[in-house]
Design a protein around this ligand. Structure first.
Ligand code: ATP
Ligand code: MG
Length: 258
């Protein structure tokens, strides 16, 4: 199934294994080189809920983009389920994302000329689910995220927070093994943030693996493990041993009220 699988030290294959990932950008006008990631090594086990935190410009979004195959590293390796994937082309990544990986970008990635409902249903249909199943999943997710009455809207007519939640519904519709979410509560009020965190906790409790980027320490506190990035490097990797079980943790620990 996984061809060139490489067992980890414990004999199990981690869902995600990054080795020395580095990525630079060239500044658009000056041409100056920005080192966004300077050698990040990290292993994420199946079923882990990992929060990645750090100041603006630390490289959080870049790391998530590498994990989802939306960008390629300059050097280093990325393995998913034991397969080396940093060398794959866009078509192979697209198949992997459709079947196994849900991605929520910082800006909320939606197809602008489709309604919210179609944005959420399309990945389910593309993954081979029937029309009825796809519609039911879409309805459930939009209900849960308080977006039922926005189903017929175009993404351009949504607020930033609505767009983020619609992107999360789209990312979750195929129940992905790996959910990559960049600031999914970034522009949400406390009620919407709670809806999002509850949905993430449920996904986690069903066995889903989550890598979540957040600036918010309270959101990071809902994860099992918090990785701190600073200036393109991991500076801390802490397991929250006293993590309150979800979803009690979400309701009890998080009070996102302003
Ligand atoms: N497309 C790009 N072109 C040039 N530089 C970029 C590009 N994308 C990111 N960078 C630079 O790379 C560094 C890391 O950016 P990244 O977006 O990964 O940070 P971040 O931790 O997600 O920040 P934020 O919290 O503000 O979202 C920053 O210095 C940023 O300016
Ligand atoms: Mg970012």
């Amino acid at each position: 199934m996984t061809g060139a699988a490489e067992p980890g030290p414990s004999g199990t294959i981690p869902l995600l294994r990054a080795v020395g990932l580095a990525r630079t950008y060239r500044g658009p006008r000056t041409g100056a080189v920005v080192e966004a990631l300077r050698g990040v090594s990290l292993t994420v086990g199946r079923g882990e809920f990992v929060a990645v935190t750090g100041p603006s410009g630390a490289g959080k979004s870049t790391l998530l983009h590498l994990f989802g195959g939306l960008q390629r590293p300059d050097s280093g390796e990325l393995h998913l389920d034991g397969d080396r994937v940093d060398t794959l082309g866009e078509a192979a990544w697209a198949v992997r994302r459709r079947r196994r990986i849900g991605v929520v970008f910082q800006t909320g990635n939606l197809v602008s000329n489709l309604t919210v409902a179609d944005n959420v249903e399309l990945p389910a249909l593309l993954a081979g689910h029937g029309a009825r199943t796809s519609r039911k999943r879409r309805r459930d997710l939009l209900d849960r995220l308080g977006l039922a009455d926005r189903a017929a809207a175009a993404p351009g007519a949504l607020s930033g927070g609505e767009r983020q939640r619609a992107a999360l519904a789209r990312a979750l519709v195929n129940d992905p093994d790996l959910l990559l979410a960049d600031e999914p509560t970034g522009s949400l009020d406390s009620r919407a943030a709670r809806q999002v965190l509850e949905l993430l906790a449920e996904h986690h409790n069903r066995g889903g693996t989550i890598v979540l980027v957040t600036h918010d320490a309270r959101v990071a506190g809902t994860a099992d493990r918090v990785i701190s990035l600073f200036d393109g490097r991991i500076t801390d990797d802490a397991r929250l041993s006293d993590a309150v079980p979800h979803p009690v943790g979400v309701a009890g620990v998080i009070d996102l009220g302003g």
